[in-house]
Design a binder for this molecule. Structure first.
Ligand SMILES: [Fe+2]
Length: 267
């Protein structure tokens, strides 16, 4: 999406029940072109299929799916074509943002489907969801560019009466894993300052850290989520994986601005 070329128009999605909007976040799927390829001993396609199946089977209604970056591991067209087929098969509106392992141009070109939408601002019930691009081409760590900050502020100001969930790939708060936080969001202070100026922001959601966390600060829920493949060990100083299972995050958004959320894992 590289900032200026993103779809700037909001997309409206009708919730099955506006009294409880239900979202599923699937993040960091790290899919390869080659179906049998493994990441740190795990077949990422098989793991993604288990996680996504579980996400759809566990909940009667899912209003929309958020794919929050690192969709691909190898930036291949084949990885995005495979994912587009999978996500489109869910028949649930799906929105995406890129991670550091994605190549945005290839993603845009091949991650298409009837149910896959490129818009980065979603209106649903009493909420809006804003999807930011925190990637820096060729870098692992992230940054929120001035054009993305402007997009965020414009989106939040345009709908002051809607509660907002802001999504990005890199961590908006440090994870506590030193090696990951060295590869986090360079200007997270600036992002948090911007978010603090809008009292309609109720949640901030990210991937990248391959581990779950949730903190409630000043009426805002700050959430990270497990990867649909390999997990990183919380609190580690150096690169370290965890034996925890792959998973996804489910969120309920209520008309009064509350967020109820839980992480679900598969065996
Ligand atoms: Fe990742």
């Amino acid at each position: 999406m590289r900032n200026d070329t993103i779809a700037q128009q909001p997309r409206s999605i009708e919730a099955a029940n506006p009294a409880v909007i239900q979202l599923v976040q699937i993040t960091d799927s790290h899919i390869f072109a080659e179906p049998c390829e493994h990441l740190l001993g795990l077949n990422t396609r098989r793991s993604f299929e288990r996680v996504s199946e579980s996400a759809l089977n566990n909940h009667n209604t899912v209003d929309l799916v958020l794919a929050t970056g690192d969709l691909s591991q190898d930036e291949s067209a084949e990885s995005y074509i495979y994912l587009a087929r999978c996500y489109d098969h869910f028949c649930i509106p799906t929105f995406w943002l890129p991670g550091n392992h994605d190549r945005v141009e290839t993603l845009q070109q091949h991650f298409h489907g009837k149910w896959i939408h490129a818009e980065k601002q979603v209106l649903i019930g009493d909420w809006q969801i804003v999807l930011l691009d925190s990637t820096i081409p060729g870098e692992v760590d992230g940054s929120i560019s001035s054009s993305q900050l402007k997009f965020l502020n414009t989106a939040l100001r345009a709908y002051p009466d809607r509660h907002a969930l802001v999504c990005l790939h890199h961590q908006a708060l440090d994870s506590g894993s030193e090696w990951l936080d060295l590869k986090g969001l360079k200007d997270s202070d600036q992002l948090r300052q911007q978010l603090a100026q809008h009292d309609n922001v109720k949640g901030v959601l990210w991937g990248h850290v391959h581990q779950e966390s949730r903190r409630s600060i000043g009426g805002v829920e700050w959430m990270s989520s497990p990867s649909s493949c390999v997990q990183f060990k919380p609190g580690s100083r150096e690169f370290s994986t965890s034996a925890e299972s792959p998973g996804y995050r489910h969120l309920n958004l209520y008309p009064d601005g509350r967020i109820k959320t839980a992480v679900h894992r598969v065996e």
